[in-house]
Design a binder for this molecule. Sequence first.
Ligand SMILES: Cc1cc2nc3c(=O)[nH]c(=O)nc-3n(C[C@H](O)[C@H](O)[C@H](O)COP(=O)(O)OP(=O)(O)OC[C@H]3O[C@@H](n4cnc5c(N)ncnc54)[C@H](O)[C@@H]3O)c2cc1C
Length: 268
Amino acid sequence: MDIAAEPIVAAPPGFFAEEVFWVHHWTDSLFSFKCRRDPGLRFTSGQFAMIGLMVGGKPLVRAYSMVSPAWEHHLEFLSIKVQDGPLTSRLQHIQVGERVLIGRKTVGTLVLDNVRPGRNLWLLATGTGLAPFMSLIRDPDVFDRFDRVIVAHTVREVKELAYRDYITGELREHELLGEMVSEKLIYLPSVTREPFPVQGRITTRLESGDAERQAGVEPLDPEHDRVMICGSEAMNSDCKALLEARGFIEGTNHVPGSYVVEKAFVTK
Ligand SMILES: Cc1cc2nc3c(=O)[nH]c(=O)nc-3n(C[C@H](O)[C@H](O)[C@H](O)COP(=O)(O)OP(=O)(O)OC[C@H]3O[C@@H](n4cnc5c(N)ncnc54)[C@H](O)[C@@H]3O)c2cc1C
């Protein structure tokens, strides 16, 4: 890290400057934080914004999915720590009381209106690709529109299963969402590089039918089921190929389909 981030006093044009009030480090390469939310920031659960810090007198920002749902009064993010990454080599040191830049524009394809109504909604994530799905599984509309919501989160090591305790515990007790979540949410964590009850990639487990068996739901069917994908470029293209071979059609912000996809990050 050459130039340090500067304290943010005023927001540059196009951004809000929001105070961080909670930071949690999951591992040495993964952390979450919460900051205040300007009432003027509007978004739909599942979308992302540009967020970041001031470096060298200029905003240094990257795309980040909102982890918090649209109705929440604060914002929450889940972040990678790339040791030589321009933003995250600095952002990982953020402290309570400091401010971050939050872009005023919110966009993204992983929103409910981009998939047609259906029976089961599958949310397939690797790593920080879980972020937009944390937002969606805390949005009551998701449970109104689908019978079952299945979150399949794949990581390399067990400790990278961020929010696992929250999803299996606190969320089921949530005052507003607890009943819907207990009835409709199915959590399928899997780990690829360590012993764990469920191992392997989601594509392999969908190909074999193991994922559906484990979730206790009907086999994936483009007539009835909808899928959202958020992972590495390789994971996204493997999932797309599997779904398209079975007749799923990609949805966009203009025409809803039976699946939608977004990159969890861009590989340079
Ligand atoms: C639509 C979209 C949404 C995103 N949402 C999030 C999010 O919610 N949380 C998040 O941490 N990142 C997210 N990213 C990635 C994010 O924009 C940055 O790339 C990341 O914060 C690292 O920034 P950096 O400047 O430190 O390094 P960069 O120069 O941006 O990245 C350096 C390298 O690190 C790797 N990398 C970057 N991000 C990740 C990641 N998330 N997981 C694994 N490897 C990665 C890639 O190989 C990349 O080439 C998103 C990206 C896109 C396109």
